[in-house]
Design a protein around this ligand. Structure first.
Ligand code: BMA
Length: 831
């Protein structure tokens, strides 16, 4: 299509912006997309809020007003268009926009675009956009004063203004996040010019689908200011279909629907169940010599949230293409306090890491942001299912007309934007509000109207929008929740999803996970510190104490560091050395979550989902994450790769026996060789069985039992352990351990390790061997770019283990050996 044919002309306005403190300072360079805090940082006007306890020194920023301006000219092509719109994809948040001196926008919600018709105001040269961002705190304080009660926000770290503002809740502080209340142009800005008509929307609905045939409904919305005949072309790639016909455009919104059918559609599957083929649907309209087009990428799958009555209550399982999927994954929070800094590479790295850990679902938690297109596109490509919360969390929200209108606009925009992503499988109203309402003093302290306000947003407006704009997906009012709409008991093990925090917040022992039988667990978690290389990035030597001001500022769960210590005292010991303490905190976290995750998988189909809290961090901090802010995998992430393996061998101690379960998420039958041993740390075998077994598809079953009474007389719980493995075609596909006593009670020998290095085209190969059992080996390569393919594993006596350190940079063995170090529980637990 040539330039003059295009009905639409777009010019980006993301460069040459300037900013200043309202009316006060000189104009300085600004970045768009961006925010005041990062602009101040780049201009050297504040210190890095992530460093030490600088967060405290930047709290003044959100109490001030800020101005942004841009002077620009436009091309003759744009200038000549009949209609010209200025579009801000996102303004954070209270923003008044002036265009060549005229006020055009009064923004109050960061979660949907703001746009204005600027045709009459635009000049070819010397245009100016001027925006005043008002402090989101000062904006709300007078409103709060007027009311006889305030809507509570459980995690707002300051005055509690957050529920009144449609802005990412975590900006106001969270129990893993700093309080950095941003302001600014957080999404791209553009001018869009068009003549005669433009495509407003392209939406594809799967009406019927199986392996034989796909029936789709294509919905196209065209806005036109002329009445004329037009040629329409809609095509799908992969030889699926092509439609061509004439329509008559009328003035206003033209809604066109077409049904298409084609044979042998390629089905889209979650990770682990098949491939993720994606179809691109292309719509093109030609009228009076002008052309407008739009593409949409979709995946073909059926979806059902199956809630059937059964022996345990009511199921809660996502069924994709008729296969019930055990959801394995974690909760996703924004990957930065300043989300414009999250690059495509960072999204890719984090989502690839999720796939490497055998995950197939992430929950986009409601205290953050609706994620970027890049994020959802990657999830579509990788087969990661998305549980999508709306952005409301741990607070009660007002429901006056202005607020409800704003929510309605936000939700309509987001549902329309995201509904064609096959990865998204659920719309959920909010995070934990129903649960907190029931369990806290809110119920007593707040007037009844506060609950009625809740009902308006989460039981009326949001479900109505979902039903209208996207009837293909289920709506769930709150997580945890026990029914579609508000319920009396949010947490119900018989139905719905649950959050279980007895382990950690409730100080319960790890094995209490095994006393819980949820239908779907969408949160459970345990904290640890990020690794030393990360800690060193925000500290100086004198901060290296868990009680130092700086370490406490990077721990937002008030009792967090004390809890980590308390659990270490119970299961391990509290090392005096800071580095060891940090490392052991990671081992402890990994072991805790492993106990939970394996239990939830063993009890399938009663439980059909395990999403631990949380995958990632928004800054360097002690938290529940399995990957830290700098992308470093904690011990938990290596563990997740094992406990989320498609086929898992998972032993458990019962009263009279050790039961060894095999859990399979594979939709096909498998033949494997099962092996179990009880051996001591020196390698002597006391019990062994090996057998070939068939594993049913999508199943969990006991494969072997060892009756305690049949154990040898010289059984010793402190020097022996159980090892089990599954082999397929001579390759170990899952292996696991069961210890008969807490780690601190085990009589582990001093490690005597033989370590050899070899280099190959992928990096360095490390070969480990030991005459005695080595419990939880932690490998480290200080200051080297690259990562270990495996880490935080056990080493069986006299069994060589090879691990590769993968790196792109050329490195000599001697250089590597110098930077390489190794730790283990054998060393850490020696008193
Ligand atoms: C959960 C989440 C978050 C919180 C986490 C850890 O319930 O929903 O609100 O960060 O607990 O306390």
């Amino acid at each position: 299509m040539s330039v003059s044919d295009a009905a639409l002309w777009l010019e980006k306005l993301n460069t040459n912006w300037q900013f200043r403190q309202a009316g006060k300072t000189d104009w300085l360079q600004a970045e768009v997309p961006g925010c005041v805090q990062t602009d101040l940082l780049t201009n050297g006007l504040i210190d890095d809020p992530f460093y030490r306890d600088n967060e405290k020194t930047v709290q003044w920023v959100d109490k001030e007003n800020w101005e942004y301006k841009l002077e620009f000219e436009v091309s003759p092509e744009l200038f000549s268009k009949k209609h010209i719109e200025l579009i801000f994809d996102g303004l954070d948040t209270y923003a008044t926009v002036y265009f060549n001196g005229s006020k055009i926008i009064d923004g109050n919600n960061m979660f949907h675009p703001w746009q204005a018709n600027v045709k009459q105001l635009l000049k070819e040269k010397q245009n100016e956009i001027h925006i005043v961002f008002r402090s989101p705190i000062n904006e709300i304080l007078p409103i709060m004063k007027k009311h006889n009660f305030n809507y509570p926000a459980a995690t707002d770290a300051e005055v509690g203004t957050s529920p009144y503002t449609r802005k990412a809740p975590y900006h106001y502080g969270w129990d893993w996040g700093p309080r950095l209340v941003t302001m600014g142009i957080w999404q791209p800005v553009k001018l869009v010019g068009w003549d005669n008509f433009k495509i407003e929307n392209l939406n594809i609905i799967t009406k019927r689908l199986d392996r034989v045939r796909a029936c789709l409904e294509i919905q196209l919305e065209i806005f036109s200011d002329i009445e004329a005949p037009a040629n329409l072309k809609i095509t799908g790639d992969k030889h699926s279909f092509a439609l061509k016909y004439q329509i008559g455009l009328h003035k206003g919104l033209n809604k066109i629907t077409s049904d298409v059918e084609f044979a042998k559609p390629q089905l889209w599957w979650p990770n682990g169940y098949g491939k993720q083929p994606l179809y691109t649907i292309h719509a093109e309209i030609e009228c009076e010599g002008k052309i407008a087009c739009e593409d949409k990428r979709i995946g073909l799958r059926t979806l059902e949230l199956r809630r059937q009555y059964d022996d345990f209550g009511q199921s809660f399982v996502f069924v994709v293409n008729s296969v019930p999927i055990f959801a394995k994954g974690a909760n996703w929070i924004p990957a930065d306090s300043f989300t414009h800094r999250v690059s495509g590479e960072k999204y890719r790295y984090l989502l690839d890491s999720a796939v490497e850990a055998n995950m197939n679902m992430l929950r986009i938690w409601g205290g953050g942001i609706y994620e970027s297109e890049t994020f959802y596109n990657l999830c579509d490509e990788l087969g990661i299912l998305i549980w999508q919360d709306f952005m409301f969390a741990c607070a009660m929200y007002p429901a006056n007309k202005e607020f409800l209108d704003s929510v309605e606009k936000e939700a309509t925009y987001q549902v329309r934007r995201l509904r064609n992503h096959p990865s998204i499988v659920l719309w959920c109203g909010n995070n934990e509000i129903e649960g907190i309402w029931q369990d806290s003093e809110w119920k007593e302290k707040l007037p009844e109207s506060a609950w009625n306000d809740y009902v308006k947003v989460f039981a009326e407006i949001l479900p109505a929008i979902c039903k209208k704009e996207d009837p293909s997906r289920p709506y769930w009012s709150s997580s945890p929740g026990s029914d579609e709409g508000p319920t009396e008991f949010a947490q119900n093990p018989m139905q719905g999803d649950t959050h279980y925090w007895g382990v950690w917040h409730g100080k319960e022992p790890f094995d209490f996970y095994q006393q819980h039988f949820p239908r779907f667990i969408s949160e459970y978690g345990f904290q640890s510190f990020p690794e030393m290389s990360t800690i060193k990035k925000f500290t100086v030597e004198e901060d290296h104490d868990s009680l130092s001001t700086v370490m406490l500022n990077h721990q937002k769960n008030q009792k967090g560091n004390a809890l980590i210590k308390e659990y270490l005292e119970n299961y391990y010991l509290v090392p005096e050395n800071f580095d060891d303490f940090i490392l052991l905190s990671q081992v402890q976290q990994a072991e805790a979550i492993k106990i939970g995750a394996e239990h939830f998988r063993r009890i399938r189909p009663r439980c059909m989902g395990s999403l631990y809290w949380q995958l990632n961090d928004c800054w360097p901090v002690a938290s529940w994450s399995s990957i830290d802010y700098y992308g470093k995998w904690k011990a938990l992430h290596y563990y997740a790769k094992r406990f989320y393996a498609p086929i898992l061998v998972a032993p458990i101690e019962e009263k009279l026996a050790y039961q060894i379960f095999v859990v399979s998420d594979e939709p096909r039958m498998n033949r494997v060789t099962f092996d179990v041993k009880i051996i001591n740390f020196a390698g002597d075998t006391f019990y062994q069985r090996e057998k070939d077994v068939s594993i049913n598809p999508l199943s969990s079953a006991i494969t072997h039992s060892i009756i305690k009474n049949n154990l040898p007389n010289n059984f010793n719980s402190r020097t022996m352990f159980l090892h089990c493995s599954l082999k397929k075609e001579e390759k170990i596909i899952s292996e696991n351990y069961l210890f008969f006593a807490e780690p601190a009670k085990l009589q582990l020998s001093k490690p005597e390790m033989v370590i050899n290095f070899e280099s190959d085209e992928y990096g360095i190969l490390i070969k480990l061997n030991s005459p005695v059992f080595v419990h939880t080996i932690a490998l480290q390569a200080t200051n080297l770019e690259g990562h270990f393919e495996d880490n935080f594993f056990h080493l069986l006596p006299n069994h060589e283990k090879k691990i590769r350190f993968k790196t792109d940079s050329k490195i000599m063995i001697e250089q590597f050996a110098e930077k390489f170090s190794l730790n283990s529980l054998n060393k850490l637990l020696q008193l």
